[in-house]
Design a binder for this molecule. Structure first.
Ligand SMILES: N[C@@H](CCC(=O)N[C@@H](CS)C(=O)NCC(=O)O)C(=O)O
Length: 339
C-alpha cells in the first residue's frame, strides 16, 4: 500500500470517529429541552442566586444567551453551581453542557482537560484587596503577608509567581469554598485577599461588612480572559456557543438591542438582516432556527446591555467598559463577520 493510501485511510478513520460525536451534546440538549450551565456558587455581578433560586449576572446571562439560540427560550437553563475545584470535572463528566463561570482561558486548561474555550466574555486581571487600616497602598508592600486564596484557580498560581518574581515572602491561606475564604478574610485571618479584579470588586461591594474599610490595590498581576468552555468532542456545540456570544457583540456593533430589534426587522442593511434573521442562512449554518440571534437579543440583550445590567456603572460593581468595550470604541471585544 502506498503511504498516500495509508494516510487517506487514517484520515477516513479520524473522520468517522469525530462524526460519531458531532452533535451529540446538541442532540442531548434538544431532547432534554434545557441547557445545563455550570456557574460559580455565588459572585454578585457574574452568577448569584437569590432566595427564590433566580440566577443573575453576566455569566448567568451567557447561559441564557446560549439557551435562547439553541432552544428559542432564554429561561431553559438549569444552573449548576460549581466551586473552582469542581468545575472542570463537572464539564468533563457531562454534568454540565458548558461552563460560564469566571474561568480563565489558559494554554494548559485548553490542551490538557479535554475542553475548549469558545470566547472571552470579560477581560480581567488579578489583584489584591486589603483592609484600609493595614495602611498599604501597593502590592509591593505585601512582603510577609498572609494571603487568602481559593484553590483550583489561576489565582493561586499567579500569587506564587508574583511573590517569586518580586522576591517577597508570603503565606498562602487556601480555601476550597469561596464563602469560607471571604469569611476568613473579613474576620481578619489574612492580610490580603486575592482573586480576579472583578471578583474583588464584587466581594468588596456585596460581602464586606463596610466596603469603605477595604481597599483594592492598584497592581494587576496577570491576564484573566474569562469565558465559556465546552467539552472538545462536539464541534457543532462549540460553534453554537461561540457564535451565540459573537451575536451579542455583532448586535451591539450594529446598534441592535432588546428594545429596538423588532423595528430593526425592517432594516434594509444586510448586516442587520443577518442578525434579525430577516435574511436567512446563519441559523441554517449553525443547525438552528433562523431566529436564533433574534431570540438572543430580544430575550437577553446585546453584549453592552448584558454588561451594563450586571457589572456596569449603575450596578454595585460600577465597572466602566474599559478593555471590554467594542473594538471600534477602543476595547478588545470583536466578533468575526456574521455572514
Ligand atoms: N479566573 C480564575 C479564578 C476563578 C475563581 O474560581 N475565582 C473564585 C474567587 S472570586 C470564585 O469565583 N469562586 C466562586 C465559587 O467558588 O463559587 C480561574 O479561572 O481560575
Amino acid at each position: 500500500m502506498t503511504s498516500m493510501k495509508i494516510l487517506g485511510l487514517a484520515a477516513a478513520a479520524v473522520l468517522t470517529a469525530s462524526q460519531a460525536f458531532a452533535g451529540a451534546t446538541v442532540d442531548e440538549i434538544k431532547s432534554r429541552d434545557v441547557v445545563r450551565c455550570g456557574v460559580s456558587t455565588g459572585l454578585a455581578g457574574f452568577s448569584v442566586a437569590d432566595s427564590q433560586g433566580n440566577w443573575t449576572g453576566l455569566d448567568a446571562d451567557f447561559c441564557r444567551v446560549v439557551a435562547a439560540a439553541m432552544l428559542g427560550d432564554a429561561s431553559k437553563v438549569e444552573f449548576v453551581p460549581l466551586s473552582a475545584q469542581q468545575r472542570f470535572t463537572a464539564l468533563q463528566s457531562g454534568e454540565v453542557d458548558l461552563l460560564s463561570r469566571n474561568t480563565t482561558w489558559t494554554l494548559t486548561r485548553d490542551t490538557t482537560l479535554g475542553l475548549d474555550f469558545t470566547n472571552v466574555t470579560f477581560y480581567d486581571g488579578q489583584g489584591f484587596m486589603v483592609p484600609a487600616d493595614l495602611g498599604v497602598s501597593s502590592a509591593m508592600e505585601l512582603d510577609g503577608a498572609a494571603v487568602c486564596v481559593q484553590t483550583g484557580t489561576t489565582t493561586e498560581k499567579n500569587l506564587t509567581d508574583f511573590f517569586r518574581a518580586t522576591g517577597m515572602e508570603f503565606k498562602p491561606v487556601v480555601f476550597e469554598a469561596l464563602e469560607e475564604s471571604k469569611t476568613a478574610f473579613f474576620e481578619g485571618r489574612c492580610d490580603a485577599y486575592t482573586t480576579d479584579a472583578s471578583g474583588l470588586a464584587s466581594i468588596r461591594a456585596t460581602d464586606a461588612p463596610n466596603p469603605e474599610d477595604y481597599v483594592i490595590l492598584p497592581e494587576i498581576i496577570s491576564k484573566e480572559p474569562l469565558g465559556p468552555a465546552v467539552r472538545n468532542d462536539d464541534s457543532e456545540w462549540f460553534d453554537i456557543v461561540r457564535w451565540s456570544v459573537f451575536a451579542t457583540l455583532q448586535a451591539e456593533e450594529l446598534g441592535i438591542n432588546s428594545g429596538n430589534i423588532d423595528d430593526m426587522m425592517n432594516s434594509e442593511d444586510p448586516n442587520v438582516q443577518r442578525v434579525t434573521g430577516a435574511a436567512a442562512g446563519m441559523g441554517e449554518a449553525l443547525g438552528l432556527d433562523e431566529a436564533w440571534a433574534y431570540n438572543i437579543v430580544s430575550q437577553v440583550g446585546n453584549y453592552g446591555e448584558i454588561f451594563e445590567a450586571n457589572v456596569g456603572a449603575d450596578t454595585p460593581l460600577g465597572f466602566q467598559r474599559g478593555i471590554n468595550a467594542l473594538w471600534k470604541d477602543g476595547g478588545l471585544m470583536y466578533a468575526p463577520p456574521l455572514r
